[in-house]
Design a protein around this ligand. Sequence first.
Ligand code: SF4
Ligand code: SF4
Length: 370
Amino acid sequence: MIQTKKRDINIIIIKIMTLALLVIAVVVAAANYGFAKNLNPSVKHFWKMLYFYFEHFFRAFTVFLGSLLTYRFIKKSTGRVPLQRKITLFSFSITSLLLLVIWPIASGYWELYYAFMPFPWTTLPFQLAMNGKFYGTSLPPWKGIDSATLLLWAYGIYQVIAFAGTIVLGRKWQCSMICLMNGCHAETLGIGLPFIIHNKKRPHSKQIKPVLHTILILIQRILFTVNILLTGLWSCYLITGWTLIPENTLIRIELIKYISLELTLLMFLWVFIGGRGYCFYCPAGFGLALISRLIGQRVETGLTHCIQCSACNDACKMSIDIMARVQEKKPVRDISCVGCGLCMDNCPTGNLLYRTHLFRGFGSNSTRSY
Ligand code: SF4
Ligand code: SF4
């Protein structure tokens, strides 16, 4: 099992970077969505541009540097980096670089990134289709193309890519390879998190207490329901023109939901729960998990033998009891599994394998090194 040595320089830099990300995100986003709206146009523009610079460049920078430091730390600690970890770090770095940096610089159109972070914003297509605005803000056209049309296309394409990848790879595709909402930070900074350890007797364990787990799952179900309701209200508004709740109130509800549950709480949970804190209640993750069930996502157990070391349980940031499934000689089909591969990477006997109906799998037997 890899240990997060407090004095390791890679881990120290990751922790500092995470703190910076956390503080800047809350300040800049709150300012942009909150008080800046009431200020004069030049100040408003300043906060908006700061927000974009943060969202694009700083976040991509942390993903890229976090990947590099995580890679270096694992290599230094164990001598080699497992294949699954290489794929995850590479995939998140490339996705961030392409969508958050290269695209905006090459095209000059920064707003398109809204379409690639769609999951907290499930009502984006309805808002755009209804009046061409998102959160009540008109977006500029791009090279003569109306912004609503452009974003709707980008949103649609992203959904197809996310869905098609999930059919083949399961939740691993979105949650552990391309997610720009939280997955990218969870895997590239997660080795330095949480700031406060969960279990003093097993300081490297990522498992959270059952009561906390239950609360987060409760939040997930509530948030999923709220998103479905909001989507229903916006679509009803779009299709029939009937406004059960006025548009301005809907927008305010969306903003409060985003700032509180999908930004502030996400950051707060990094400190106390770890990088995957948000993934416990991500409504998109819940939806993808349902699809993943249908396509046979599972972690096979019993490939070799189990020495009851608990390394798999300690490594799992989603607090899944893998050992229990091993003892029952059953695969792990937990709805929370994000397909990160950490349990496999950490199993010293190569006893586990991630797979779906269409994907033969990543196992620990061919890649194990720590
Ligand atoms: S069960 Fe394994 S693959 Fe699934 S979330 Fe836990 S560590 Fe990741
Ligand atoms: S499955 Fe592997 S990591 Fe988990 S307890 Fe058994 S030997 Fe240890």
